[in-house]
Design a protein around this ligand. Structure first.
Ligand SMILES: *Cc1c(COP(=O)(O)O)cnc(C)c1O
Length: 484
């Protein structure tokens, strides 16, 4: 495939600068010699039509939520309302400087403050920071606050363990480890939820806390969550609720009512920004009152109808971001929540759960369902064993030929040949039915012609890629010789 450099021809140009009559004939003569480089920068030289056509062609090779169903489990790749994008682009939102004086940006500060109030209400928590840039960043922020809490209580030396169910999201043990804790695994029972006896065995005076992904990565709600919380609290630990998948119970269940001390949101999943959309994310962290002193600085505060950043927080863990959050993502989340209101938010989660269960009921007639029973926003199938040597990866690759983005594969790790499907609430019954039909056809092909699946995809711009090679030996930079 051609890169923009391959179509470059010396002397071609797509941008034309206006003539500035106050400049001298030779603008370079106005610069110090030391500032002038010799030779041209190594940029591609193309005409404007070639430039436009190149990128339009590339954009058509890609697949996105605006092309069709994107059932990537755990990522909530749903349709996000376009008007919210327009609003985030309003000059006064997009063009303000993050260090502008407060009197110039009262409206923007107010929006941040009010979004915080809304998220506190949604999560049932007492205080919030909007700073973290991603879900994993929110988790790390939460873990650092747990450290600080035990430090203030003189217990950090002995409390060095974070308990993690084996069905938790992969970022959870990583965040605990980066914050300096030891990750201790808690096994799941045969219903796919935390094994209470197993939890009691590992919870002790060395426990700093537990991190629960809810619903867990099997798409199952932790029905014993109140008991889990009291076991951990009884030994002096704190409870962290990974709320990245709030889509499953928005407006229905509040982490704060379930005995949880800290939770993070993935605004770039649930609240009007796609996950992994190439832009910034946002992972606000909300806490109960006892952890409020440790929140990162600054916090947006309201004093006598004036909004400002509060820095006077002596026990804070410090900054976790260079600026107070990814503002464009905050604007979209604020619009989304206000536009839907209480009732609308409830319908989001009702439909997300309904769509997942509808598809699960249909698909389990053809594929093996990993854990029986009703699911929340997603469910996990075993994609193996449908034909000779046919694995989940073959099913996923064949789905590309049918025009669908594949589900999440080989995650969670506790299910063999995992195929994790999250249809989201924004899909119609017709779309779900067509996807089901594609999955049925692929199961049939697996039995009749396994080779077809091993070689898939064949209808896409590029065929089967060596993904290990792509991850281990990425060539990220173009050079003349075509090598990195
Ligand atoms: C997506 C996700 C995360 C991580 O969020 P990022 O923004 O990708 O860092 C954490 N936990 C769960 C349950 C998730 O689904």
């Amino acid at each position: 495939m051609e890169t923009i450099f391959d179509i470059s021809k010396s002397g071609r140009q797509s941008t034309f600068f206006p003539y500035l009559d106050w400049l001298s004939e030779d603008p370079e003569s106005e610069l110090d010699n030391g500032l002038i480089r010799s030779g041209k920068p190594g940029l591609p030289e193309v005409t404007q039509p070639d430039l436009v056509r190149h990128y339009v062609r590339l954009s058509k090779l890609n697949y996105g939520v605006d092309d069709g169903l994107y059932p990537l489990g755990s990522c909530t790749m749903k349709h996000n309302p376009k008007p919210n994008e327009d609003i985030a682009r309003i000059e006064e939102f997009q063009g303000h400087h993050p260090l502008a004086s407060y009197d110039l940006v009262q409206g923007n500060l107010r929006l941040s403050y009010e979004l915080g109030q809304l998220l506190k209400k949604i999560s049932g928590m007492d205080a919030i920071t909007l700073q973290p840039s991603a879900g994993a960043h929110g988790e790390l922020t939460g873990m650092l606050m747990i450290r600080k809490y035990h430090h203030e209580n003189g217990q950090l030396d002995k409390r060095n363990k974070i308990l993690l169910p084996d069905s938790s999201h992969g970022t959870n043990p990583a965040s605990a480890a980066v914050a300096g804790f030891e990750a201790i695994e808690v096994k799941s029972n045969d219903q796919g939820t935390v094994d209470i006896d197993g939890l009691k065995e590992v919870a002790d005076e060395n426990t700093a806390g537990i991190m629960l992904t809810v619903p867990n990565t099997l798409g199952i709600f932790e029905k014993d969550i109140l008991e889990v919380a009291s076991i951990v609290h009884d030994v002096g630990g704190l409870c962290y609720f990974d709320g990245a998948n709030l889509n499953a119970f928005l407006g229905k269940v509040k982490p704060g009512d379930l005995g949880m001390d800290i939770t993070h949101f993935n605004l770039h999943k649930t609240f009007s920004t796609p996950h992994g959309g190439g832009g910034p994310g946002s992972g606000p962290v909300a806490v109960k009152e006892n952890l409020e002193p440790y929140l990162p600085v600054p916090i947006v505060e309201k004093n006598n109808e004036e909004y400002q950043f509060g820095y006077d927080r002596p026990k804070s863990i410090g900054r976790v971001n260079s600026f107070p959050g990814a503002f464009g993502v905050l604007v979209k989340a604020y619009c989304y929540i206000l536009a839907l209101g209480d009732e609308g938010l409830k319908r989001v989660s009702e439909n997300a759960v309904l769509n997942a269960n509808y598809l699960k009921e249909k698909l389990q007639k053809v594929y093996t369902l990993a854990y029986k029973g009703s699911c929340k926003h997603e469910f996990v199938l075993n994609g193996g064993g449908l034909g000779e040597g046919v694995k989940t990866i073959d099913i996923a690759k064949r789905l590309l030929d049918y025009g669908y983005h594949p589900p999440t594969v080989y995650f969670p790790l506790i299910v063999q040949e995992a195929l994790m499907i999250e249809p989201t609430e924004t899909e119609t019954k017709e779309t779900l039915d067509s996807f089901f039909q594609a999955m049925v056809s692929i199961a049939q092909e697996a039995a009749d012609d396994p080779e077809l699946l091993h070689n898939a995809p064949t209808e896409t711009p590029v065929g089967r890629l060596n993904e290990t090679q792509a991850a281990r030996n990425p060539i990220l930079r173009w050079t003349n010789s075509g090598q990195s």
